[in-house]
Design a binder for this molecule. Structure first.
Ligand SMILES: Cc1ncc(COP(=O)(O)O)c(C=O)c1O
Length: 390
């Protein structure tokens, strides 16, 4: 049984309760042995003590080079270290994007639904958020264009272009091109939040959106090691044109203290250099695909009327409930049977999405997911039979 409790963690997962809202790797997938080995290799009494000193603004050159190889090989692209910098987690990078690019108009346009905690980050920086709907090809760019043409001009568009949270869809190539063209035409930035690209189930990872920027200086991709190594590292990277990297590295927080998390970055650098992070991610892909398959198979068998997109990567299933079932009320009944999920309304900016639920397949083992699907089926079945009493 997968469980996590204790003093270190943000979200507990007690024994006997299946919380399908948890978008984080399960404890078994957190590679303590690997990380401890890298830490011992890099930090020991004879190691250079300057590792503990304030670091360079964009991250130590050895790390950036290893990161460039990792990103290039992982995505099948050719990225140089001058297009990359060490960063904090995505959450922190988004906060910096607000500081650096969000001051002119105080407005961000985002997919609706979106990552359920992103809005809070933007609003904490005093920005307003306007939503654009999503379909099977990602953000609907016609809608974005309509909003912008109506006079609503953002500082930046925030997008999760690959294996979107919560819908799991990937922005089509044609729409990617149109988004960057619109950014140029209407003078806004595009901030792409890309934590899941390397967790693909097909042949290769979708390229980071910043790869498409091609010197236009409009697109910034922010990524992290949270979903592929450990969320507790709170470390990641930013990819953008070298001029933008310089601009980001001029942020006051970096001027005062250098790149974020240099010690953690140094340890992760060992895992990049010796290839063990890439090997770990390959194993994660297999595990997540097996978990996703188990959940999809069980739902297809037990609830064939449910509608959802079969994810090609990432952590989530986004499911439309049968007609007339409000997710927020269904959740109350699910909790009584010791399962939980995220109601669509939690991911919504302004759209009415209480007819959707988000299920994570990242946290539980296959058998647990199959069992949870059976309980969910029973909860939905009870609702359909007894709805007047509910
Ligand atoms: C789309 C998206 N962005 C950002 C995050 C948070 O990333 P980090 O841990 O790097 O701040 C998550 C975590 O669920 C996510 O799904």
């Amino acid at each position: 049984m997968t469980s996590q409790t204790g003093p270190f963690i943000q979200s507990a997962a007690p024994d006997g309760f299946t919380n399908l809202a948890l978008g984080q790797p399960s404890p078994r997938l957190l590679p303590m042995e690997l990380f401890a080995g890298a830490a011992a290799e890099r930090l020991h009494p004879g190691a250079d003590p300057l590792v503990l000193q304030y670091g360079t603004r964009t991250g130590e050159m050895g790390f950036r080079q290893a990161l460039a190889d990792f990103v290039s090989q992982g995505h099948g692209i050719d990225i140089g270290s001058e297009q990359l910098m060490a960063a904090g987690s995505i959450s922190l990078s988004l906060n910096m994007m607000c500081d650096l690019f969000g001051r002119r108009r105080g407005l961000v346009i985002s997919e609706d639904p979106t990552y359920f905690l992103a809005r809070n980050i933007f609003e904490s920086s005093g920005m307003d958020v306007v939503g654009v709907p999503v379909d099977h090809e990602g953000m609907i760019i016609d809608e974005l264009e309509r909003i912008i043409a109506s006079g609503i001009r953002p500082d930046f568009v925030y997008t999760i272009p690959s294996f979107h949270n919560p819908t799991s869809v990937t922005l089509s190539n044609a729409r990617r091109e149109r988004l960057v063209a619109l950014a140029l035409r209407y003078d806004f930035m595009v901030v792409a939040d890309e934590p899941y690209n390397l967790l693909y189930f097909g042949n290769r990872a979708p390229a980071p959106l910043a790869t498409l920027d091609d010197g236009r200086e409009r697109v910034i991709s922010v990524s992290s090691f949270s979903k592929i190594l450990g969320p507790g590292l709170r470390a990641g990277w930013i990819q953008a044109a070298p001029s933008l990297i310089e601009r980001i590295a001029d942020h006051g927080v970096i001027s005062s203290g250098g790149a974020l998390n240099p010690v953690i970055t140094h340890i992760v650098g060992a895992l990049l250099e010796n290839g063990s992070l890439a090997t770990h991610i390959a194993a994660l892909r297999n595990t997540f695909q097996a978990r996703k398959d188990a959940l999809v198979t069980a739902l297809d068998r037990d609830l064939p009327t449910l509608k959802f997109h079969d994810p090609a990567g990432g952590y989530f299933l986004w499911i439309k409930l049968p007609e007339g079932i409000p997710a927020s009320r269904l959740l109350t009944h699910a909790r009584r049977r010791d399962i939980s999920f995220m109601p669509g309304s939690s991911c919504a900016l302004s759209a009415e999405l209480d007819d959707h639920i988000r299920l994570s397949f990242a946290f539980y083992e296959e058998a647990e997911l199959t069992a949870a699907a059976a309980v969910l089926t029973a909860v939905i079945g009870d609702w359909e039979r007894n709805q007047t009493n509910y």
